[in-house]
Structures are given as C-alpha cells and as structure tokens.
Design a protein around this ligand. Structure first.
Ligand code: UFG
Length: 324
C-alpha cells in the first residue's frame, strides 16, 4: 500500500512509518518539522509543509494517489492547549479540514485519525469505553473531539471512511533504539522520570498528590507506541470492509499512578529517583484508563507490550541509546 503520513516525523508518526515500512508498505511523510525530527524518518519521500498552507498542500498533493492517509499532524500537549487554545483549534481542526479537503479532491477516501483519551474528560466509569460521555476538560481534547464530529458527518454525507483511534498514554520506543520519544520541552511522565534517573541533579516534579486516587497521584493507562502503530494498520485494513466512521479506544486497560511509574523506573534504572511535589497541572484528569475490549475484538489488535515494566524498559533502552 502507498500511505500518506502527515506528522510522520513525530514521536508516534515515526514509529508508524517504521512499522508500515517493515511490513512492505510505501510511506510518504508530510510534516512541517515544527516538532518532528528529520532523523526519525528514513527511506521515504518527505513533503515539508504545514497543513494550514492550503496552496502549497494542494500543489504538493495534486494528482497524487494514496491508498490512504494516517494522520498524526497535530499539537498535542494538554497544558499548552490550556494556555494557547487558538493554536490548538487552528492546527488540529482547520489543519485536518484542509487535509480532508485535499484527500477528497484527489479521490483518496480512507483516513485513520490520531485521536485521544482526552476527548472524554473526567471519567464517570472505572474504565473508559468508546460510548463513554465525551466532555473534554482542555482545548486539546476539545479540538480532537471536534475533528471526530467533523469526520463522522463527512463520512455520512460522502463516500469517505474514517477510523479514529483514541490513544491513552503513548510510551516506549522502537526496539532498534534508532527512534524514540524526544520532545522539546519534554512534558511527558516516563521520559521525564528516566531523564531524572540519568542525571545527577533531578528536576522531576509530580503535578499534584491530592487527587482522589489511592496514593493521591494521577493514574494513566500506558500503551506502547509500536502497539499503537499495529492498531493503525489494522484499522486501515478493517476499513476496506467496514465503510464509514468508526472509533476505538487504545490502551492496555490497566492504570498506574505517577508514583507507581516512578517506582517502576527506579527498578529498571537501578537508581533512586528524586522528585518534588508541585501543584496540579491544569487540564489533568485524575484517572484515565481504557476499556479496550472493542479494539481487541474488532481490530484484532494484539498488543505485545502488556506489562508496564516492558514499556518502561523499552523507553529506558532508547534513553541510553546514542541517538537520544
Ligand atoms: N506528570 C508529572 N510530572 C511530569 C510529567 C507528567 O507528574 O514531569 C504527570 C501528569 O500530571 C499526569 C501524568 O504524569 O498526571 C501523565 O502525564 P503526561 O504528560 O505523560 O501525559 P498526559 O496524561 O498529560 O497526556 C497524554 C498525552 C495526551 C493525551 C493524554 C490522554 O500527551 O495527548 O495522555 O491520556 F491526551
């Protein structure tokens, strides 16, 4: 298959490209490199463009055929979205609308869209299934939910197929140690904890220890980035038979608190990790854990990294690699 991968130079996107290439698919990466890395993609054509640049996008894609698009290009930090909502609505909503417009004018009708658990807001059930109420508590989640609504309507009105995959907390790295998570600034928990394990002077902060959870810190469902990539290809294959709109929650179905993650990292790094407790971070839900039954069944998704320690080990391998 020939796949267009907007955001293919980013963390999850680059693992998607690698996963698809390893299975013989031809990938074209579209990225503005605002947060992506050139070193993270190899052996593929790169189109350097921002999705908001309608004219250049149209010029670059005109007349080109793709079997489908797997779309990761977005702003994705909860905290930043609270401070700069306009940036999130413009990039994530208007950018996706441009992309879909371009797809439809080139007769490309299959889209896998990178959505998020942040569309649910504060959970009202222990584990979050696909039909859980959707009340995002930050502009990032709101922007992704808007895109989901937009795609549902576009699928109903046209011969267009979209699969939305709502990730819980992506973590880990490719087994080669060649690509992994690098953000600047890094805001995600596991990389920050592992960096603290590697440095003599830790500046690790825990954002809030007064949440209504057993140890007071937030609980998240960590899912390996290669398992996410697997689900995207499966989602794509499923769309060949199941037309129209669908959405799946991608997590392992187990929750770990911030303190539990730190403990796990200490064991794997064999090092005590210093931290300070700070105020809660705006936009954080206390608990986000997936009910992943539908994805396992409908996509035939078979995550390899079901144990949080294996996910942390894979991230640790990356953090110790030359490339990181
Ligand atoms: N945290 C810390 N210290 C840090 C970093 C994070 O205490 O240095 C805490 C956060 O407050 C949160 C938890 O660790 O409670 C996880 O935070 P991350 O930043 O790693 O991940 P988020 O849960 O905020 O966000 C991730 C994705 C979002 C997605 C969300 C859905 O980045 O895109 O998961 O679960 F929406």
């Amino acid at each position: 298959m020939r796949l267009l991968i907007p955001g293919g130079a980013g963390y999850i996107g680059s693992h998607m490209v690698r996963y698809a290439q390893e299975r013989g698919h031809d990938c074209v990466v579209l990225d503005d490199f605002s947060t992506g890395h050139e070193w993270a993609v190899k052996d593929c054509e790169i189109l350097r463009v921002n999705l908001l640049d309608h004219d250049r996008l149209s010029q670059l894609l005109k007349g080109r055929h793709f079997d489908g698009v797997i779309h990761f290009a977005a702003k994705s930090l909860v905290g930043e979205s609270v401070k700069k909502p306009d940036l999130y609505y413009r990039n994530n909503v208007a950018g996706t609308l441009n992309l879909v417009h371009m797809m439809r004018s080139n007769d490309v009708n299959n889209l896998v869209f990178s959505s998020t658990a942040a569309i649910f807001g504060n959970p009202v059930t222990d584990r979050i299934a696909e039909d859980h109420p959707k009340n995002p508590i930050n502009p990032y989640g709101q922007s992704k939910l808007m895109v989901e609504h937009m795609l549902r309507d576009i699928c109903s009105a046209n011969d267009f197929n979209a699969t939305c995959l709502r990730y819980f907390n992506a973590a880990g790295a490719h087994e080669s140690g060649e690509i992994g998570e690098v953000h600047d600034p890094e805001t995600h928990l596991i990389p920050n904890v592992l960096k603290a394990a590697l440095s003599n002077k830790s500046s690790l902060k825990i954002f809030g220890d007064d949440y209504p959870t057993p140890d007071g810190t937030c609980i998240r469902d960590y899912v390996h980035v290669t398992d996410l990539a697997q689900a995207h290809l499966l989602g794509f294959e499923r769309m060949q038979k199941n037309k129209g709109f669908s959405a799946f929650n991608l997590g392992n179905g187990d929750g770990f608190s911030v303190l539990e993650v730190i403990k796990g990292c200490e064991c794997i790094a064999n090092n005590e990790i210093q931290f300070q407790v700070d105020a809660r971070r705006n936009g954080d839900s206390a608990v986000l854990v997936a009910d992943n039954e539908l994805g396992l069944r409908e996509l035939n998704w078979n995550p390899e990294y079901r144990d949080i320690n294996d996910i942390i080990k894979s991230a640790w391998y990356w953090h110790n690699s030359e490339k990181c």
